[in-house]
Design a protein around this ligand. Structure first.
Ligand code: CUA
Length: 337
């Protein structure tokens, strides 16, 4: 009975462990499906070290089993005769053996550490400023594009991210593309990578940074070069002009322009705030509130009504708007493609 119960327990534990082996699309936070050169280097090091560890584990287990079953003394049997006090060959072997293993692990480790520093980028690399705030991400491109919480990268091109912090220490981590690297106030750290497979890769702040650390998420979109160029063109264009037939959007634009939102948020040609995320192309993003919610009118309404309900500790105050006025503001924000 006990045996059946422990077998069942083992089976359920194995099921939980194997659940971690699902494909990368089911487990987007996996580091075992590298999609950039940087992530690939770290992954290769992980595999090398794991193989060395597995070899040592196998040797220890074999020695242990031999000691238990082959070289053990049965009850009533005489023990083995004692041998010489020391055996020089054995002692040299078990000193040199582990030293050699440590050397084999440290050489690729140190090489990978230097290789992944990211200070040097090849000519023509795209340079992007990444500024962490409690609790959102600010991405600034050299051509003036500014976006928040959603980073677009061209596939196949070198990208150097300059990591900065506006307040305290955060950490940039996109499991399938690389990281983690700290964003430290008063210092600029770098990550250089070439993302090789178009797709969406979720990221997460990986350094505890206060109440909403877990809500400091972001998304990296790796676009084909053509898609990236299209995205760039759309972002460089100003905010879309409000179609005159859409009364609700026009009302929303007026409400925004006369609201306290303008002190913190920038919409090009409308306001020049810099404390909160840039909103010029807010409607083109797939998420809001640093990747916490899908960008839908209902969620935007929820967010502006009480940001602290969704992101505890958020600096954004609740907007005292309800009914048609709130609907108009939401319609305007969503129109900013
Ligand atoms: Cu930022 Cu944790």
């Amino acid at each position: 009975m006990i045996r059946i119960r422990s077998a069942a327990r083992f089976a359920s534990l194995a099921a939980i462990a194997l659940a971690g082996c699902a494909s990368a699309s089911d487990k987007p936070m996996t580091t075992l499906s590298p999609k950039s050169d940087l992530a690939q280097w770290i992954y290769r090091l992980f595999i090398q070290v794991t193989l060395w560890d597995a070899l040592i584990f196998a040797i220890v287990v074999v020695a242990f089993i031999l000691a238990l079953f082959v070289f053990s003394t049965r009850v009533g049997e005489a023990g083995p005769a004692s041998t010489a006090a020391s055996d020089l060959t054995l002692e040299v072997a078990w000193t040199l053996g582990p030293a050699l293993v440590l050397l084999m692990i440290s050489i690729p480790t140190v090489r990978t550490i230097f290789r992944t520093q990211g200070e040097h980028a090849p000519e023509g690399a795209l340079e992007i400023r990444v500024i962490a705030h409690q609790w959102w991400w600010d991405f600034q491109y050299p051509d003036g594009i500014k976006t928040a919480n959603e980073l677009h990268l061209p596939s196949g091109r070198s990208v150097r991210l300059h990591l900065e912090s506006d307040d305290i220490i955060h950490s940039f981590w996109v499991p399938q593309l690389g990281g983690k690297r700290d964003l430290v106030p008063g210092q600029v750290n770098q990550i250089t990578l070439v993302a090789n497979t178009p797709g969406m890769y979720p990221g997460q702040c990986a350094e505890f940074c206060g109440l909403s650390h877990a809500n400091m998420r972001f998304r990296v979109f790796v676009d084909s070069p053509a898609d990236f160029a299209t995205w760039q063109t759309s972002q460089l264009a100003g905010p879309v002009s409000v179609p005159p037939d859409r009364q609700l959007v026009m009302d929303g634009a007026r409400i925004f322009a006369n609201s306290p939102c303008t002190t913190c948020h920038t919409i090009q040609g409308v306001s020049r705030g810099y404390i909160g995320p840039e909103l010029t192309h807010f409607g083109s993003r797939s998420t809001l509130a640093a990747g916490v919610l899908a960008n839908t009118p209902d969620n935007v309404a929820k967010w502006i009504t009480d940001p602290n309900e969704i992101k505890p500790g958020a600096n954004m105050p609740p907007l005292l708007l309800a009914g048609p006025k709130r609907d108009a503001l939401v319609a305007y924000l969503e129109s900013l493609k």
